[in-house]
Design a protein. Structure first.
Length: 71
């Protein structure tokens, strides 16, 4: 798991990074709950995932890179 690896590498922003993961899971759960209730928001899901993945990968995950590169 990514968070376990970051913990082992003493990543100083681990709490914030883990919070991003938690918020991602909450948002997906909300979208799924709405869909089960018959309120599908395909465009909302698409926008959320597009923005989250781009931000998380290009900003948050790249911030971790120095702690994950083998020395």
């Amino acid at each position: 798991k990514e968070e376990e690896l970051l913990l082992a590498r003493h990543y100083p922003m681990l709490a914030e990074h883990a919070e991003e993961h938690e918020q991602f899971q909450i948002a997906l759960s909300d979208f799924l709950f709405s869909a089960v209730q018959g309120k599908q928001d395909r465009l909302g899901v698409f926008r959320f995932l597009s923005e989250w993945w781009i931000h998380h990968i290009l900003v948050s995950d790249l911030d971790c890179k120095p702690y994950l590169v083998e020395s």
